[in-house]
Design a protein around this ligand. Sequence first.
Ligand code: PEP
Ligand code: MN
Length: 341
Amino acid sequence: MDIIVLKPAATAKEIRHIVKKLDKKGFKVNISKGTERTVIGVLGDTSIITEDESNAFASLAGVETVHRITQPYKMASRNFKSSNTTFRVGKQTIGGKKIQVMAGPCAVESGPVLLNIAREVKKAGATFIRGGAFKPRTSPYSFQGLGEEGLKILAETREKTGLPVVTEIMDPRDIDVILKYADIIQIGARNMQNFRLLREVGLYDKPILLKRGLSATIKELLMAAEYIMAQGNQKVILCERGIRTFETATRNTLDLNAIPVLKKLSHLPVIVDPSHGAGTWGLVSPMSKAAVAAGADGLMIEVHTKPAEALSDGEQSLKPEKFKALMKELKAVARAVGRTI
Ligand code: PEP
Ligand code: MN
């Protein structure tokens, strides 16, 4: 018994009574008030609830039905919330009809370089600027990012262009400084199962872009989202960014299946990062188009004015003119699937 649907006429007293009973059994609740009905999500290991106990809850005053969810994720599940989740970030709506494009360099390198890139991607139609200030690099000797200085540059760029900022958090100890500057906090693929970090970002009302781990299943991605949501933060964006397979022709294998699968299993917005998915700039355009055609709510694309001089991921970064051409082509694909861009 994991979801309790209340009668439209359920009173506050009846709801309190139900919540108290659940609390006694050690369960936390998430109460979501819809336009017609209120639904109580029961959080915790509900598998220990017997059929008899479940029936007892179903017969409490104010209760219409009780649904048991067999999936291990609940708040992220479409069974819990059937309508698509949408939320606003600045002037933009994530998860709505409009496809959101987050573009920018892999890493923040300097103020002038970022501003240049931001102006170019904005002109082409991007709605967010991306860029890492804390970079998860495979080698400890590679450029690790500018840290808080990079965050300040992102904030200045937002001021000058109006583009909201997407940037990665790597360590829960950086939460205060990241909250100060970011509009969307990214959790990178390598940290998808950093549960301490997931719990931390779940405590705030700040959208989280959660990237699929390099070897994570779709179920594991949804469980990671559940970690964030169970803390109270419902603004989670799922991001397919390619997974490790036996294939060596590309950096990763972009799992396009994940888009419709995630949309079916979850109400959360889904975006795709073809840059990391492919690992080479020549594949970014076709994979972006495929992602939009398959139902993605957004794209995250690495763009750099001088890819050959980029401090990270230059080989998969589009030059502004290529990005501009792609955005033009994406308009037609979006229109074909009833979306705008
Ligand atoms: C990035 O967005 O630059 C990044 C490091 O992505 P991922 O975590 O998907 O590798
Ligand atoms: Mn990158």
